[in-house]
Design a protein around this ligand. Structure first.
Ligand code: M6R
Length: 592
């Protein structure tokens, strides 16, 4: 949540470089943005606005002054409404200390009160602004010392950057929110919330870990431990992402590009390193309790995993949403295994769950897309999705890769990894067939038919139940239609009261033991006026509309979610929403 980007280097176009970098981080927050740049004479200019940074063509003329040092921020509001005042950067009254911040300072109210009593004046309602004033309190000791002292005073999870009028440096620290340092050949240094922001300049990165601080100055990048103030040596790591992976290419939106990329990404998941899968399978077999943990879509994938493990591996696993993981604390030991599922690897609730598990001695595995993420670096074993950057807020290709990897793991625990792989390979081609313009057109007509609905209900049984929950997330987040997923059998216990004449009900069907039961549930809805959309390998009398999916056995959760992803996208367009940047959301949820 919130994108941070800074530049310090030989180019005198620091502000423009930051503008460009921030545009690549917009998926992290897009309600407002701002940039501060420092001229050679020490003047600091700030420009900030409400609105999307992608729509900005150029900065104000005064921001174009020659500058070698600038920092910027693209915001997802936590404390304080979406206003220009609340947009970052924040500064002291005389604009001599500038900060940008991602995360939450939990104790900001008490700090703000005591600063006000000392005469500081605040302009925003944010928690972030206190940090600039805290630095000001001790600025006579130098920016570095004052910055460190401010870090000692704030609590919570955050990433923070600061610069001052008096010194030619940028300082950053992190506790829980990501910051990566890029180092270019020409001596330039970048600090960003995510790697794609500076990929066009360098692939050489250094990671700032929790409770560490980095000082970027003419001397280069120097890292310190925040508590001991001791200097730390950092390894420069070369990453293998290509710049074009993070671009839209010929697509209008990232969401559609990423849906289409599933032709390749599922294959990459299927080809995951056998040794690693077997290593994790062995850990699962030996563990006294395996926990799958994730949030949002990843949490629903975890639930799919539970069904797959039950059916394929005959093995019980526990499933927890990151934010609810605390209920596991009394059961975690050094024999527990916690498997985190995440696209970004930066989700605060999932990370907190892992921290708790680690404190109990549990082994940590992550099934994660961003291999450079905090979660990946925190894990004992990483199963990477290798799906390439996923930038649309709505998760699509990461979801199906995660399910594919959990399917392989379940087969590996059952000592049938090859059989699992063959089963998935058999559906690869059928997925390619689904992702064609004719299929898309059929779903487009459906979206036209239901685009004005007030509610959409999705039902499924077995592994299709969590897929119904995931379908609801997809439809909610980009179409803004009220959508809810239910276990088919639960409908008659209450939710069926939601059905009225014409309410669309999407029925997820697989050719398995639950088929007849879910079709009966669909009939119950139809009898009450529901408009039945069947996602199923075969047509059925109860369907008003049939969207065909391959008969995919244990891979049904993968093939059943794909038409919903396309439907969500088409509904977003039909309702004139931007599917890549849905309102109120951000791609990576780094606050609790
Ligand atoms: O990066 P993660 O997979 O950990 O993110 C978890 C959720 O925030 C994420 O899946 C969210 O629910 C998506 N926007 C859903 O499409």
């Amino acid at each position: 949540m919130c994108g941070i980007f800074s530049y310090f280097g030989p180019s005198d176009k620091a502000a423009e470089i930051v503008l460009k970098g921030l545009k690549k981080l917009e998926y992290r927050g897009y309600d407002s943005w701002g940039i501060a740049a420092k001229s050679a004479s020490g003047d600091i200019k700030i420009e900030k606005h409400v609105g999307k940074i992608s729509e900005v063509i150029s900065l104000n003329s005064e921001m174009m002054m020659p500058s070698h040092l600038a920092l910027g921020h693209s915001r997802w509001a936590t404390h304080g409404g979406v206003t220009q005042y609340n947009a970052h950067p924040h500064s002291t009254e005389n604009q001599d200390i500038i900060v940008v911040h991602n995360g939450i300072f939990e104790n900001y109210l008490e700090l703000k009160q005591s600063l006000i009593e000392k005469g500081h004046q605040f302009r925003s309602e944010t928690d972030s602004e206190v940090f600039a004033h805290l630095i000001e309190e001790n600025i006579k000791l130098g920016l570095e010392k004052a910055f460190k002292m401010a870090c000692d005073m704030v609590t919570g999870r955050y990433a923070i950057l600061a610069m001052s009028k008096y010194e030619n440096k940028i300082i950053a620290a992190r506790r829980g929110s990501p910051l990566i340092i890029g180092k270019a050949q020409d001596g330039a240094h970048f600090i960003a919330s995510d790697v794609p922001a500076f990929l066009e300049y360098t692939k050489d990165v250094m990671y700032l870990d929790d409770n560490q601080m980095v000082v970027i100055s003419d001397e280069g990048a120097n890292f310190f431990d925040l508590a001991s103030e001791k200097q730390i040596e950092k390894r420069v790591i070369s990453i293998d992402w290509k710049e074009e992976m993070a671009d839209k290419g010929d697509y209008q939106h990232f969401m559609m590009k990423e849906i289409m990329e599933q032709k390749e990404t599922i294959t990459k998941a299927i080809n995951l390193d056998t040794e690693k899968i077997m290593e994790v399978a062995k850990k699962i077999k030996g563990a006294y309790g395996t926990y799958f943990v994730g949030c949002g879509t990843a949490g629903k994938v975890a639930m799919v995993g539970e069904y797959l493990f039950s059916e394929i591996a005959k093995k019980h696993v526990n499933v927890k949403f990151g934010s609810e993981f605390k209920s596991a604390k009394n059961f975690l030991t050094d024999r527990s295994l916690v498997i985190a599922i995440s696209q970004s690897g930066e989700t605060a609730d999932t990370l907190e769950a892992l921290e708790m598990a680690k404190s109990k001695g549990a082994t940590i595995v992550s099934i994660v897309n961003v291999e450079t993420s905090t979660m990946a670096r925190y894990s004992d074993i990483v199963l990477p999705l290798k799906a390439g950057p996923e930038k649309a807020v709505a998760s699509t290709k990461a979801t199906t890769s995660q399910i594919a990897i959990l399917t392989l793991l379940a087969y590996a625990v059952a000592d049938k990894l090859d059989e699992g792989r063959q089963m998935l390979i058999a559906i690869e081609g059928q997925i390619n067939d689904m992702l064609n313009p004719r299929y898309e057109e059929r779903i487009n007509s459906l979206s036209e038919e239901i685009k004005d609905s007030k509610d959409i209900v999705i039902i499924g049984r077995g592994a299709n139940f969590p897929i119904a929950l995931e379908a609801a997330i997809k439809l909610q987040e980009v179409s803004y239609i009220h959508a809810e997923g239910f276990a088919g059998g639960e409908l008659k216990h209450g939710p069926i009261a939601l059905i009225s004449e014409g309410t669309p009900c999407i029925v997820l069907v697989s050719n398995d033991e639950s088929k007849q039961e879910i079709l009966s549930n669909a009939m119950e809805v139809k009898s009450r006026g529901g408009f039945i959309v069947g996602i199923s390998p075969e047509n059925a009398e109860v369907f008003d509309i049939w969207i065909k999916v391959p008969d995919a056995g244990f891979a049904s959760p993968i093939v059943n979610i794909i038409p919903i992803q396309i439907l969500a996208y088409k509904l977003a367009l039909a309702r004139q929403n931007n599917p890549d940047m849905p309102r109120n959301l951000a791609k990576s949820v780094t606050v609790k």
